[in-house]
Write a protein that binds this ligand. Structure first.
Ligand code: C2E
Ligand code: CA
Ligand code: CA
Length: 424
């Protein structure tokens, strides 16, 4: 390759080739260099708000500044809509590489307006030019892995580490399968009935996602929700769960009467008002009363960014939907904070409920949580109710609702309907 492009910016279509040529030339000359892959986060959202022309202009400006940084002998290659490979010379050690990454992140910040800074950002993966890589494509593969690993760790800068590569590739396979499942509509929602203890009636259900891969078989939601969280697929999954649940509850109006459906929302989505729009739009589309929908958020979600969580949950409740604090007792929220939580319900974590008759400590936690809920005017749900003795004791303690295998396991929509019919 000619070094003619080395101090220029490569265009979209030949980004990969240009980066390879430049890297190969440097490898041949045994030059010292570092490669960064800059993945711009949040650009889809930016385009949705400001339009594609503004989004494209922003990325072009960023590319121009990266090119300046790479002067005189580095290269910048665009590797796709939101990714740039940057090859820089003369970075002597990891500290220098980290400084360069910080500089790149600040360059992006400087282009974006202050109100967008928290929404747009970069994940930068890096590796050294040497490090025993056989060729240029291998080095570019390593920085891709560094970016994916950074995303998993929630780190904005990440060095390539051979040990994590295998893990990432495994996740990568699963990530692709999950993306396919989302696209094919292969995910399902199961419903677990929620029993009102005062009336002995089923008043609603928790929506729990199910995924069975054709080759692997059923994959636990703990695994794929966690994966979706690190890959950015969680928003799609959650919106799907909300839409499907609302559609189902709307259909059940005719057969079972009105029910409340509780959908789980992971902490990362509670910092952003997008979830409020999703709730509003699903309720409208399926013509539901706003209080037919409950969002379950874990106690820890509230602790991560209190102000943002407060804003978002308040907006949910202002709309008329309900908020339930899931896995209550496993986090660290203080009583003084609890006083201010915009919530309607506490949900006692199943580990305490399951242990309440065998373990004095668990019993006390269940008892106190019910007391706390009452004193703050919240309703309280016990999940993980596996025996009739537990149910009787919860009733005695004044618990409002119960959920668990003793009542019914999570089941498909038809089985849920049948269960409710039989129960009368
Ligand atoms: P979770 O929100 O605490 O959900 C309750 C879990 O307890 C479910 O596990 C349910 O099947 C299980 N369970 C219910 N009753 C009993 C019982 O009597 N005994 C025992 N041992 N377990 C019981 P599942 O379905 O495997 O879900 C695990 C977690 O995955 C959920 O915990 C939730 O955090 C997450 N999850 C599931 N679906 C979704 C979803 O649509 N969106 C999000 N964000 N997370 C989801
Ligand atoms: Ca839950
Ligand atoms: Ca729970």
């Amino acid at each position: 390759m000619s070094l003619a492009i080395a101090n220029q910016t490569a265009t979209d279509s030949d980004g990969f080739g240009a980066a390879c040529r430049c890297i190969t030339a440097k490898m041949r000359k045994s030059q010292r260099f570092a490669i960064f892959l800059v993945h711009v986060r949040g650009i889809d959202r930016y385009c949705a708000v400001h339009g594609h022309a503004d989004g494209a202009a922003l990325l072009e400006e960023f590319q121009a500044r990266l090119t300046e940084l790479a002067q005189p002998s580095g290269v910048v290659a665009r590797m796709g809509m939101r990714k740039f490979a940057v090859v820089l010379d003369n970075l002597r050690n990891a500290g220098h590489m980290r400084l360069a990454a910080q500089k790149i992140a600040r360059m992006l910040d400087a282009i974006v307006g202050a109100d967008e800074q928290s929404r747009l950002g970069a994940i930068i993966g890096a590796t050294n030019g040497g490090d025993g890589a056989s060729d240029a494509p291998e080095l570019l593969r390593r920085v891709e892995i560094a970016v994916l690993d950074g995303r998993r760790k929630n780190a904005s800068f990440n060095f390539y580490e051979p040990d994590t590569a295998d893990e990432i590739l495994l996740d990568w396979g699963l990530e692709k399968r999950l993306a396919q499942a989302i696209e094919d509509g292969a995910l399902e929602i199961h419903f677990q009935p929620k029993l009102e203890l005062a009336t002995d009636r089923i008043v609603g259900a928790e929506a729990l996602m199910r995924w069975s891969d054709p080759d692997i078989g059923p994959i636990s939601p703990d695994v794929f929700i966690d994966l979706a969280e690190t890959t950015g697929q969680i928003t799609d999954l959650t919106h799907f769960a909300i839409q499907r649940s609302c559609r189902q509850v709307s259909a059940w109006k005719a057969t079972l009467g009105s029910l409340n459906i509780a959908v789980n929302v992971t902490p990362s989505l509670i910092g952003n008002t997008e979830i409020v729009d999703a709730v509003r739009s699903a309720s409208n589309i399926w013509d539901l009363e706003p209080d037919s929908l409950t969002l379950e958020v874990t106690e820890n979600a509230l602790m991560a960014d209190r102000e943002a969580a407060h804003r978002v949950l308040t907006a949910i409740r202002d709309f008329g939907a309900r908020v339930s604090i899931d896995d209550f007792g496993t986090g660290y929220s203080s009583l003084s904070y609890l006083k201010k939580i915009p919530a309607d319900e506490l949900k006692i974590d199943r580990t305490f409920v399951m242990g309440m008759l065998a373990d004095r400590g668990d019993y006390k936690i269940v008892e106190h949580t019910i007391g706390i809920a009452k004193s703050f005017g919240l309703s309280v749900v016990a999940e993980g109710v596996e025996t009739s003795d537990m149910l009787v004791e919860l009733q005695r303690l004044g618990c409002d609702y119960a959920q668990g295998y003793f009542i019914c396991r999570p089941v498909g929509a038809d089985a849920f309907e049948e269960f409710c019919r039989k129960r009368g």
